[in-house]
Design a protein around this ligand. Structure first.
Ligand code: SAM
Length: 260
């Protein structure tokens, strides 16, 4: 077996991202639709927006369930992959992806009954100003009565330890193992560093991809203050199945936000 070492961004290979993250997506979509039913106050037929949709794993499940949806992502490779898969499934008439930015989205105003953005993706935004722009542009995209479900982990800089996760998945003859190391922000810093090592095994050999990126950190206080002065207000916090939970001091929650 041959081995190659690459220095690329983790998101540069849409299919590898998709193989790793697709397992479990259908259950997550059950939770998202439960949130839609519970919080959206609109008689309109569901129309769902996913900012930073990546490979389109949620769009595929939503499309197959007959839910009209649209995603956007900064990365053209991700968008191309998402649209190819939607076309192959025959759901491209109701589900599509396009290139767009969380800070500068020109989505059709007032169209979407529900928007969602999970697993800390929004922490790729590098400043409070970018987060404000994102919340105002998403608020504009929502139809009256619509809500935004935003999944984010709050943290406690200076009190957390480095940690590691290992994820693995297989599709056909391709196996992917990702080892992710998290280096928490030190006291006074807002930057968590994430280091990813991915090993992709195919019949031709093993390919290794290393990448790293920064996620902006929010304490509970910083996050709640940012929401309070944004274009949205907090309705409540829920878990992945849509059940209400206490606002986490430190940890993951899905924040249900409604435009002011
Ligand atoms: C962790 S992935 C999440 C993808 C998808 N939402 C999912 O859960 O599978 C993060 C995605 O955010 C995209 N991204 C990062 N910054 C962005 C920005 N400013 N605007 C739009 N997309 C962005 C990346 O290209 C990547 O596809």
């Amino acid at each position: 077996m041959g081995a190659t070492q690459e220095q690329i961004g983790f998101y540069a290979d849409a299919s590898v991202y998709d193989i790793l993250h697709t397992p479990g997506t259908a259950l997550e979509v059950d939770g998202l639709l439960a949130m839609h039913d519970r919080f959206v106050r609109s008689k309109r037929r569901a129309m769902v927006l996913e900012p930073a949709c990546g490979s389109g794993r949620y769009l595929r499940v939503l499309g197959r369930r007959g839910v009209r949806c649209e995603g956007y992502d900064l990365d053209g490779g991700m968008v191309g992959y998402a649209n190819d898969r939607l076309r192959a499934l025959g759901v491209d008439g109701i589900a599509r992806a396009r290139v767009g930015s969380m800070t500068d989205d020109a989505a059709r105003a007032g169209v979407f009954t529900f928007a969602f953005n999970l697993i800390n993706t929004v922490r790729h935004l590098g400043s409070d100003q970018e987060m404000d722009l994102h919340l105002s542009s998403t608020a504009r995209s929502l139809a009256p009565g619509g809500v935004y479900a935003l999944g984010l982990s709050t943290s406690a800089p200076g009190l957390e330890f480095p940690s590691e996760d290992v994820w693995s998945a297989k599709r056909g003859r391709v196996g992917v193992v990702q080892t992710v190391q998290y280096e928490p922000a030190g006291e006074g810093s807002r930057d968590e560093r994430v280091y990813s090592h991915v090993a992709v095994t195919t019949p031709k050999g093993v390919r290794h991809q290393d990448s790293s990126y920064t996620l902006r950190t929010y304490t509970q206080e910083q996050w709640l203050e940012l929401i309070a002065r944004s274009a949205m207000r907090l309705v409540c916090v829920v878990n992945e199945v849509g059940d209400e939970i206490d606002v986490p001091v430190c940890g993951y929650g899905i924040y249900i936000l409604r435009p002011d």
